[in-house]
Design a protein around this ligand. Sequence first.
Ligand code: NAI
Length: 331
Amino acid sequence: MNKIMMFGAREDEKEAALTWAKVNNVDITFSKEILKVETVEQLKGFDGVTTQQTGRLDDSIYERLSKLGMKQIAQRSAGYDMYNLEKAAEYNIIISNVPSYSPNSVAEYAVTAALQLIRKTHLINQKVEEKDFRWQKSIMAKEVKTLEVAIIGTGRIGQITAKIFKGFGAKVVGYDLYPNEHAEQYLEYKNSIEETVSNADIVSIHMPATKDNYHLFNEELFNQFKDDAVFINTARGSIVDTRALLKALEREKIAGAALDTYENESTYYPKDFRDKEISDSILTELVTRPDVILTPHIAFYTDVAVKNLVEGGLDAALSVIETGTCETRIN
Ligand code: NAI
């Protein structure tokens, strides 16, 4: 019977994994730890591995995996920026991801976060907790059907987000390096990011992190936003210069932000810091600001998505064990 190690295994993943193991006749070992220099030797005697890394993997891991006879790492997420693909290929380690496990989960969350900011629910909740039940201008909302929404990155998630906002009756505009015809049912393409954001009330980003878009959303770009616009990032933290975002909020250049991803998140998400100090002053400011809704990379986190991620990771690991490759390999 093939043996697969499931690193980074959470309680909520086990039911789907055990069902999969029974159907596929595979022995799965669960570990809460992630794959790292200190844990790689635990793979001795295993045929495959799936993991859910958030931080960058040390380059020395690939050689050690190869010496252990491992042929792959199956990442249980869409993002794979934590791997050195060339280094892995050098040691014949196939890296795979789960490219699409539920675009709806992220799109629905992006819309939820935008609605929270637009309807000011976080401020209303705060006032209700203080027993302040007055109607005041600071909690008066706008109606989405009167707004313009900018979608930057119009792939799987961006398109569903656009479709939902269109359902509200909003005007939806978009930008993508590679515009696609299908998206034009839901949005009107603009020629540049600057043009796309300039008239928008909600700006929601849905592109991968690449070398070219590091800190793409910087002071200059935030200056192009309308003063009462809100910014939603369910994509990747590195796309946004968080200091510049905080500055834009501070000088009321934009009205609010919902950040499901943060550029230095890997130290903190998804961990319990209730009894620990947070030494990152930017993160502390994000947590406490009333105009920021901060969430710990949770947009994907639905029952459907978790099942698809578990099965996607295990399918990829088993496919490499049995056939030497898999459909979702990246390198
Ligand atoms: P996708 O590959 O279907 O679409 C991405 C789109 O972004 C493509 O159309 C691409 O041409 C475009 N793009 C790339 N670079 C761009 C740039 N510089 N400017 C404008 N457009 C650009 O990807 P999908 O499935 O829609 O996912 C989008 C992103 O969402 C992922 O790459 C990931 O970073 C993020 N994500 C976040 C999750 C969360 O829980 N917060 C979960 C899953 C994905």
